[in-house]
Design a protein around this ligand. Sequence first.
Ligand code: ZN
Length: 378
Amino acid sequence: MGQRSGRQDRSKKLELALSETMEAGAGVQNNQEEAEELKAKETRLTSVFGMADLKNGAIGLYNLGQTCCLNSLLQVFLMNIHFTGILRRITVPLYAAQQKKSVPYQMLLLLEIMQRGRDKAVRPVDLACCLSAHRVKLSVQHDAAQLYLTLWNLIKRQMKNPVLVEDLSDLYTISIQEHLACQKCSFEIKSNSSMLTLPLPVLDSNSHMLKTLEDCLQCFLHPEELTGQDMCFCQQCGKKTPFLQRMKLVHLPQTLTIHLKRFCFEKPSATRKLRHYLKFPQDLDFNAVLTEDQCQADDNEKATWQYGLFAVVAHSGSSSYGHYCAYIRSLTECKWYCFNDSEVCQVSWDDVKCTYGHSNLHWRETAYLLIYMKKHPQ
Ligand code: ZN
């Protein structure tokens, strides 16, 4: 969570390594019964392969006690047919103890239950227990951007199969090049980094509220002078000098997640939510928004930079207390749904636009994560 004026946030890299370690195969019991149970489960899972995705909408997830954030993110993952296409290819862990601890496997089971569509909502208890075994706290207020990263890292780490790991990375990771140039000499450093989300400021450098997503993108990619305390050590000059820092977009993934930094750290312990009006489009063509020097990509790459909005994770309330829900456009039906825990309803684009924000309406839902989908993948 966070809106910071400093540089640290902007160059926040994708935390690919999780501190949690998975103790593989703990308490393994090898018996005939388990093998048979496994076989049956595998057969069941195979039966859903190739089935159309959550077509008739939209199954809710019961709130298990402050799990609205988790529920919203799970819906965003499971309604993404590109993600479920990868999830369905995982190798089912051999033993029950491993299955219980495998986040991808538990997500697959949940998808299967939701897909059966017997009930209007499902209780994601097993997945919640699994996450809790990986130190994901459940009965606390989560920040959706952080939880999204945690979930994604857990899924990636536990997929094991290198081909799937690569597919998952390709599907979600943004590549950025950072240029740092000494302002006293010609010394320049270029470094590449990957991100799961594009963390966009919602205030400009003078703390003015930005009004459109396009402005936020421009602000994020605007070169910034690092002076005073922010000066860097220049190898060529042999001392700390002012630097010019700029970001360039190298590669944009099929599923592009944008994090609107609406939570602003004011004092060390105080966080404020910026709930002002900020418009985002349903169709986003990065080539029309960015200038040539904000990209480090060839024409083939740039030809794919046309996106359609797929999901909005919205937050209502304050920075310390609130509620999350997700607006998702079904990729198979092309209809918008609002997933509010166990309540799911079809909505219009006008309803989604209500998440643009309003400074005076504290309980109005405000878009926090925007997930765009490439229109014409390569
Ligand atoms: Zn220098």
